[in-house]
Design a protein around this ligand. Structure first.
Ligand code: NOJ
Length: 496
């Protein structure tokens, strides 16, 4: 007891020292707080019990040098075997929801629906039951970048056939888990595999097709999402009564100065980045942002292409895709400054040249262990306002937000990050009227951070990756987050 009082005292002291600016109002009682993970980053069991090979399995086994320290997700946090421990940790936090993803290859080893792997289905059934028994709502992502390799072998997301193969998979998982799962996300951050996998070749499939392949990747994914949404709507909604969305990520793009040119460049950048995926689904008019349609058509013509490198949606497709969301899921971590610049010379096509702006971060902003992640709490409030205004005041659920370090149990920087970002979210809600209903911290536990392997830690729990047990140890930030969930308050006492 005395220890608890001492702990609470230190905790309040630390917060008041570091976060003098936090808002002292409460989050609404029904606000959802939770944490997120993804299959390849935590599960391990890469070929256990009939699981098929995913593009990430193929990538790390054939090109191990593409990941820092040659790390891979073969074992990861071993959550395939230790998921009950994960549920215990979620219980300790008091999480209202747990966002995790399904490994498509664990359920369908070839990617195709004609061969179902029962042990894979059972794994997710057991995880979902354990969550429900503990009052934790599952938020389930169907695709967090681990495409079954056989589907890559036919071209991956540049092949329009994947719309139907994804739809088959979606129908299957809705029917298998939909009695228990009421919140579905089709894709996680599609921009990342489309850019890093089809333009920059730093993750699978390792294609260098910037300006063409990445646009087709996005096109197929947007259509696959819409098809899955319609399948839910027509075949499952009446009996299962859940909701479906897609997770799209964005940084906030702040004009580098007050000049009209920089403001125009910042708006163009967010349309080329977030709007590229979001507009067709969330905007009342649908389709790609007009600025993308116009600029890519014009540049394609000058480059000598017979038609725009940006694929076109037919009028029927625009109608079919528009509005395929029941709530808006947003991942965001940081902010960039944007400066106007002359249009890039006509030459090699690329998404960057198509947008032609300069984006950078202020060197004085606080850093994390990830080069791209600077701590800019005010950016999240501006982004929320932009999304609210551009997409007709949707319900917004934050599906990821978090901070990386290199492994501290006394992770005060993570505490500060979440506190300051949450404070800005609450201001967006209370002062700007943005309808935010949930916050999901990335991540429950340290895990495989893609090209950076295990070097960057985002978790509320540390994982000992050198131990065969993958021992989990609680960090200070976990107890901070637990207290927020309990009190709905970021400081020691909040106004009611
Ligand atoms: C976004 C991704 O969804 C997740 O997989 C990744 O680990 C985090 N951001 C941190 O980079």
């Amino acid at each position: 007891m005395r220890l608890t009082i001492l702990f609470n005292f230190c905790f309040v002291l630390l917060l008041s020292v570091n976060n003098g600016e936090l808002i002292n109002k409460k989050f609404p009682e029904d606000f959802f707080f939770g944490v997120a993970t993804a299959a390849y980053q935590i599960e391990g069991g890469w070929d256990a019990d009939g699981k098929g090979e995913s593009v990430w399995d193929r990538w790390v086994h054939t090109r191990p040098y593409m990941v820092l320290n040659q790390d891979n997700g073969d074992v990861a946090c071993d959550s395939y075997h230790k998921y009950l421990e994960d549920v215990e940790m979620l219980k300790h936090l008091g999480a209202n929801h747990y966002r995790f993803s399904l490994s498509w290859s664990r359920i369908l080893p070839t990617g195709y629906v004609n061969q179902v792997n029962q042990p894979g289905v059972d794994y997710y059934k057991n995880l979902i039951s354990a969550l429900k028994e503990n009052g934790i709502e599952p938020y389930v992502t169907l695709y967090h970048w681990d495409l079954p390799q056989p589907l890559q072998d036919i071209g991956g997301w540049t092949n329009p056939l994947l719309v139907d193969y994804f739809a088959d998979y979606a129908r299957l998982v809705f029917s298998l888990f939909g009695d228990e799962v009421k919140n579905w996300m089709t894709f996680n951050e599609p921009k990342q595999p489309c850019m890093n996998g089809y333009a920059y070749a730093i993750i699978p499939p390792g294609y260098v097709t910037n300006g063409i392949g990445n646009y087709w990747c996005a096109h197929t994914i947007i259509k696959a999402h819409a098809k899955a949404y319609h399948i839910y709507d027509e075949e499952f909604r009446a009996t299962q009564n859940g909701r479906v969305s897609i997770v799209i990520d964005s940084v906030w793009y702040e004009p580098a100065s007050d000049s009209d040119q920089d403001k125009e460049a910042a708006e163009r950048k967010i349309q080329f980045d977030y709007g590229w995926y979001a507009n067709a689904i969330y905007h009342p008019d649908g389709n790609y942002p007009q600025v993308m349609i116009d600029r890519i058509a014009e540049r394609s013509k000058k480059e000598g292409f017979s038609k725009s490198r940006l694929p076109e949606f037919t009028p029927e497709e625009i109608e079919y895709i528009k509005g395929t969301f029941d709530f808006l899921c947003l991942n965001t971590y940081t902010t960039n400054l944007v400066q106007w610049t002359e249009d890039a010379e006509i030459g090699f096509p690329s998404w960057e040249a198509d947008a032609s702006v300069v984006a950078y971060q202020d060197a004085s902003w606080n850093s994390s262990a990830s080069f791209w992640l600077k701590v800019v709490p005010w950016g999240i409030r501006k982004l929320l306002n932009w999304v609210d205004q551009n997409y007709d005041h949707p319900e917004i659920f934050i599906t990821e937000n978090g901070f990386s370090d290199t492994s501290e149990l006394d992770d005060q920087d993570r505490i500060n990050y979440h506190a300051e970002y949450l404070s800005n979210i609450l201001q967006a809600m209370l002062e700007d009227g943005v309808n935010v209903t949930g916050y999901t911290a990335w991540s429950l536990l340290d895990n495989f951070e893609w090209t950076m392997g295990y070097s960057q830690k985002f978790g509320f729990y540390q994982v000992d990756f050198d131990s065969p047990n993958r021992t989990r140890t609680i960090k200070k930030s976990a107890n901070y987050f637990k207290k927020i969930i309990e009190t709905k308050c970021l400081v020691d006492t909040c106004e009611d």
